[in-house]
Ligand binder design. Structure first.
Ligand code: HPA
Length: 248
């Protein structure tokens, strides 16, 4: 049976009724919540709501180290992360889904590695392609099977939050070649790489980045878009878990 991790982001704090719940102790502290376990097809899926069960943990305060360590302890082979983002380039319009292939890290002050001090194993992980190719292609194939449109590729600007960006910041991200902006892909993706876990992201474009529209970005509009898009996300992931259990 294949063991997979699923990290839910804003709009996906709950997956369904679990067969088991895991309260994992990590030397890095508390994961965002207990991890819940599901048997879907022949996949064993461990779900973790990144922002906590009550959606109470802001992006900069998530214990990314403990979260990834929890998946490592549960011996998952790969992690699918769901991330709410703002769209910057044309294809990433609100309501659509994107499987990014690149990122630029603009975050600061987060515990971004397991090599924090002297006694730790120093690991300069290779990170040219921050998202795992096989997991990405499974997401794309599952989307095709589900009849859900997704954009293949894009560069995520990972901003510090929790505030939304200024218009100038979005302009800078655009000039840097970014297509989407979110707050949570880093250090999550890099820690997964350090832990030896394949990691890919399914991004939900919730709004246009700041300054790209006349109107200011509204949290109410973001929430409505996320609720609608989550139907597609659940359908796509359901197919991925059921039908791609034995492909590796
Ligand atoms: N910026 C950063 N993160 C986000 C956004 C945004 O506009 N929308 C949803 N998550």
């Amino acid at each position: 049976m294949r063991r997979l991790g699923l990290i839910g982001g804003t709009g996906l704090d709950y997956w369904g009724s679990a067969v088991r719940s895991h309260d994992i102790n990590s030397i890095y502290g508390q994961p965002s919540a207990d991890l819940t376990e599901y048997l879907i097809g022949s996949s064993q899926v461990f779900f973790l709501p990144r922002h906590g069960e009550q959606h109470q943990i802001p992006p900069h305060a998530v214990n990314y180290q403990a979260n990834i360590d929890a998946f490592r302890q549960l011996q998952v082979e790969s992690i699918i992360a769901v991330n709410a983002v703002g769209g910057i380039s044309r294809l990433n319009q609100p309501g659509t889904l994107t499987v990014p292939d690149q990122l630029i890290d603009y975050t600061w002050g987060r515990a971004h590695t397991f090599s924090m001090s002297d006694g730790d194993n120093l690991s300069h992980v290779e990170f040219a392609k921050p998202f795992d190719g096989r997991s990405r292609s499974e997401l794309l194939k599952a989307a095709a099977k589900a009849g859900v449109d997704v954009t293949d590729g894009g560069c995520v600007a990972v901003s510090q939050g929790p505030r939304l960006e200024t218009a100038a910041e979005i302009k800078r991200f655009m000039q840097d070649g970014c297509d989407l902006v979110g707050m949570t892909s880093m250090p999550e993706a890099a820690l997964a790489r350090e832990a030896g876990l394949d990691y890919a992201s399914l991004c939900i474009n919730a709004n246009w980045g700041a300054g790209l529209e006349q109107e200011p970005v509204s949290m109410e509009a973001i929430e409505t878009t996320l609720v609608d898009a989550m139907v597609k996300v659940r359908k796509l992931l359901g197919i991925l878990f059921e039908e791609f259990s034995n492909v590796r």
